[in-house]
Design a protein around this ligand. Structure first.
Ligand code: NAD
Length: 361
């Protein structure tokens, strides 16, 4: 298979971790007889430095014409970087929001999986962890509060800011279908998270999820209020298989879920459009505090490549080979600094990438 990828190395540790992910893809290509070609584009701070804006139309066009997009992470230190002195629409994150919207990336999937070898890094007590947990969070990505009308005005001398949360039934239906489809390939259970006791948008969300669920008799489902879900994630994470939720709730809950796995440097993410197109990136940010030191953990980005192989190219065997290689390297005791523990062997970003490649070969 020939796969044409647009690659956004991004800011901070982005270039280091994406380089390792590309090396892994090349190793997969060599072993299984595929060709991956890469066209690099700028986004975020790197694009601001060169073009004065976080995403150009030319870069967007290259992404649009690719088979899938591989991305590091974008942004800098939000307190000290000059990128954050710019108006909101010219800051690094504006590029990512525009890219998601233009490419129709409405479904974000973030797995939260507890590796046996990293159990000690999990902040939860042993009796809560039990034999581990394995969930995915399906977050709606192009609607809701982050994309609604917003403005700040002065009313009787007092500043008032307004954000609006809007969802159409079509937007809810298409993400619910993706969640039920994914549940079918897993433990067949969806928990749809909302705030239906308060919000109209959540009441519509609930009714559309119920309608979609009728087409999936083999998948069980339930509704859960978002505040309860935040508690349940740390109280009984084993109950979750697929969490389906809207944009802002998903933003917060997926960070909470990643924390309980013990390392944000391990968690991948996929943002999918209709059909097979997707953007694949780690769940973490650009970690400017450790950039350029060859200590970043590349595993989240490498596991994102596994998701790309599975979801965009239907290369399940190749995806399994990448995931298996990661497990074996961890079982051999190799760790980057963020997941280091007593008795393990500490390695840098490049070495971790190389170890995973050796296992794939
Ligand atoms: P962060 O995820 O970049 O870092 C949080 C902490 O985790 C830091 O101590 C960092 O060193 C560590 N860390 C993160 N990834 C790691 C890895 N792979 N290996 C080892 N340690 C790792 O979050 P932040 O500091 O809040 O944000 C930094 C920048 O990233 C901000 O500009 C933010 O807006 C941006 N950001 C971008 C994305 C994205 O591109 N999708 C997502 C989240 C944050």
């Amino acid at each position: 298979m020939n796969c044409n990828l647009a690659v956004i190395k991004g800011d901070g540790i982005g270039p280091e971790i994406v380089t390792e992910a590309m090396n892994v893809l090349d190793a997969v290509g060599e072993k299984f007889g595929h060709t991956f070609s890469y066209e690099q584009i700028l986004m975020g701070g790197a694009s601001i430095d060169v073009h004065g804006k976080p995403l150009t139309e030319e870069a967007l066009e290259i992404a649009r014409n690719s088979d899938a997009v591989l991305m590091g992470s974008i942004g800098g230190n939000t307190s000290t970087s000059p990128w954050y002195q710019l108006p909101a629409n010219l800051r690094p994150e504006a590029g990512l929001l525009a890219l998601r919207k233009s490419l129709g990336l409405f479904a974000n999937i973030r797995p939260a999986y507890l590796y046996e070898e990293l159990k000690k890094a999990c902040p939860l007590r042993d009796e809560i962890i039990g034999d581990g947990f394995d969930m995915v969070i399906m977050r709606e990505l192009t609607g809701g509060l982050y994309f609604g009308e917003r403005h700040t005005e002065e009313v009787d001398g007092i500043k008032v800011a307004t954000d609006t949360l809007t969802y159409s039934e079509d937007e809810i239906r298409r993400i619910a279908i993706k969640a039920f489809d994914i549940a079918r390939k897993r433990k067949k259970h969806v928990i749809s998270v909302d705030k239906a006791n308060v919000l109209d948008s959540s009441r519509l969300w609930r009714s559309v999820v119920e309608e979609v669920a009728k087409g999936y008799e083999d998948v069980t489902y339930e509704h859960m209020l978002v505040d309860n879900c935040a508690m349940q994630l740390v109280n009984n994470p084993k109950q979750f298989d697929v969490i389906l939720t809207e944009n802002m709730f998903g933003d917060i809950l997926s960070d909470e879920a990643s924390m309980i796995t013990g390392s944000i440097g391990m968690l991948s993410s996929a943002s999918l459009a209709e059909g097979k197109f997707g953007l694949y990136e780690p769940s973490h940010g650009s970690a400017p505090d450790i950039a350029g030191q060859d200590i970043a953990n590349p595993i989240a980005t490498i596991l994102s490549v596994a998701m790309m192989l599975r979801y965009s190219f239907d290369l399940d065997e190749e995806a399994n080979a990448v995931e298996q290689a990661v497990k074996e390297v961890l079982a051999d005791g190799y760790r980057t600094v963020d997941i280091m523990s007593d008795g393990m062997k500490q390695v840098g970003c490049k070495e971790m990438g190389q170890l995973i490649i050796e296992k794939i070969k």
